[in-house]
Design a protein around this ligand. Structure first.
Ligand SMILES: C[S@@+](CC[C@H](N)C(=O)[O-])C[C@H]1O[C@@H](n2cnc3c(N)ncnc32)[C@H](O)[C@@H]1O
Length: 217
């Protein structure tokens, strides 16, 4: 199986246990100090998103179980939440359908072309690090295509001080099944050098996350 298919498959099987990672439960538990840092950094990213104010129509790539979709509903008029897996979107729907603001779309981001000039914001959390180098420029071109004039992008991702060999990472599920995924860790200066974009990037205080926002040039 190619790594992009394996990555989709991994998140499909991981859907029911995915939020244990956000909540630092089970095998994702941290010692008390690290846990405080984790939640403080998520809070910091959330505050940065609130300050950015993703109003209007939002396209959320790789929306997953809706941890951020729910936060987007506090600002946006409407969100189009795209993900490859119905399993993750079903959980997202449970979390956010009550707001009446979300359209759920099952699609492979690498095979789907977004509608042109439709969105005020394109948002993606913990997704850019899963985009392989060879597809980066196509991905960013699609983000640009999706935005209305004056539109903006906001992204959040995991932070690590260096890249992994081959941008590949071995993952496993609670039951031990193994999968390989792309994991390309970004530094602020690298993000800010994204061709065709004016981005401002920041690592959170406890160095658990990186977020960036900006506009096409
Ligand atoms: C790390 S999770 C991030 C989910 C969510 N944004 C969050 O922050 O909790 C990555 C998500 O990407 C989705 N995904 C993986 N490959 C995909 C692809 N080719 N197209 C669309 N979604 C994909 C997975 O189903 C998963 O929900």
């Amino acid at each position: 199986m190619d790594v992009l298919a394996e990555q989709r498959d991994y998140y499909r099987h991981r859907a029911p246990e995915y939020d244990q990672w956000w909540q630092r439960q089970g095998r994702y538990a941290l010692d008390p100090e690290a846990e405080r840092g984790w939640f403080a950094d998520i809070d910091e990213a959330e505050q940065a998103l609130a300050a950015f104010a993703p109003a209007g129509d939002v396209l959320e790539y790789a929306a997953g179980t809706g941890w951020w979709t729910e936060r987007l509903t506090r600002h946006a008029r409407h969100i189009t939440a795209v993900d490859a897996n119905t399993e993750t979107l079903d959980l997202n729907r449970r979390r956010t359908a009550g707001t009446g603001k979300v359209t759920y779309l099952t699609a492979d981001i690498f095979a789907w072309t977004p509608p042109e000039s439709t969105f005020d914001t394109v948002f993606f959390a913990y997704w850019l690090s899963h985009v392989p180098e060879s597809l980066l420029s196509t991905f960013w071109a699609h983000v640009r295509r999706a935005l209305r004039p004056g539109g903006r992008v906001f992204l959040i991702d995991s932070y690590h001080h260096e890249r992994l060999a081959g941008d590949l990472q071995q993952r496993h599920l609670n039951d031990g099944r193994q999968f390989q995924v792309i994991k390309r860790y970004w530094q602020p200066a690298e993000l800010e050098s994204t061709p065709g974009w004016r981005l401002k990037a920041r690592v959170t205080t406890h160095r658990q996350a990186i977020h960036a926002h900006g506009t096409p040039i």
